[in-house]
Design a protein around this ligand. Structure first.
Ligand SMILES: C[S@@+](CC[C@H](N)C(=O)[O-])C[C@H]1O[C@@H](n2cnc3c(N)ncnc32)[C@H](O)[C@@H]1O
Length: 234
């Protein structure tokens, strides 16, 4: 079991849900990049790990996937259930613990957008992702870009894995872990994953139209990173 800061969303799920579908950082930056690396999901078994209010679960269903969506937070589970109705299996589960609901080799794809930075030690969840994926299955995730947190928080030691406390405008305090790119890459490798693609997204034109200042910042500064990794031998 690994420590996590997923409780940052306790009592805030509805507030998050109200904004996330249309927030330019999600709609015109993170999601286009993640979707661009998603394989064809028609008839694929997909685990949406840390589903939040269910935008990705709905997208996957609309593109023909068979979806299991999980989240730590009961309010997010309820929001995703309401969104997808009976079309997906939606469960409350903690990514810091074994994924007992899933059989070995059950999934073609594990999708984990903007979740991994809430986990201190990535090895236990990556081990579980490796177990539940089929051979050559795809792990696709986005997370904070290591350079962003290091620069924004002006941290002394880039190579440390450390807890940060942030205060998001109109949302409140959120804590998460910062880690160097080396830690991301070595945890993936030691868990049996081969990095196939790595994206440092650029904001889309729609972003520029709705939020020109944010667009200017993201055009010149890394914010999130998106990685597609393939299950290889351990
Ligand atoms: C920034 S939200 C992202 C939600 C969704 N993936 C999206 O892109 O809209 C982070 C999500 O990770 C979930 N989370 C954090 N720690 C978790 C854990 N240990 N196990 C399962 N879910 C977790 C939170 O409850 C929240 O739904």
């Amino acid at each position: 079991m690994t420590e996590h800061t997923g409780r940052s969303y306790e009592g805030k799920a509805r507030e998050y849900a109200r904004k996330v579908d249309t927030s330019p950082y999600n709609a015109y930056y993170e999601r286009p990049a993640v979707v661009s690396l998603l394989p064809d999901v028609e008839n694929a078994n997909v685990l949406d790990a840390g589903c939040g209010s269910g935008w990705y679960a709905e997208y996957l269903l609309d593109h023909g996937a068979i979806v299991t969506a999980i989240d730590l937070n009961a309010d997010f589970v309820a929001l995703t259930e309401a969104r997808v109705e009976q079309r997906a299996k939606v469960l409350q589960a903690d990514l810091s613990q074994p994924l007992d609901f899933a059989a070995d080799g059950e999934f073609d794809v594990v999708l984990c957008p903007l979740v991994m930075h809430y986990l201190k030690d990535w090895k236990p969840p990556l081990r579980e992702f490796h177990r539940v994926l089929k051979s050559r299955g795809v792990l696709l995730f986005s997370t904070h870009h290591p350079a962003m947190d290091w620069k924004l928080f002006n941290r002394e030691d880039y190579f440390a894995v450390e807890l940060l406390e942030d205060d998001w405008k109109d949302f409140g305090k959120v804590t998460y872990y910062r880690r160097p790119l080396t830690a991301i890459s070595s945890d993936l490798a030691s868990s049996g994953f081969l990095i196939e693609r790595l994206l440092e997204p650029q904001p889309t034109d729609e972003f520029r139209q709705v939020h020109p200042n944010g667009y200017a910042r993201l055009s010149k500064n890394p914010w999130f990173i998106v990685i597609r990794a393939i299950k290889g031998p351990k």
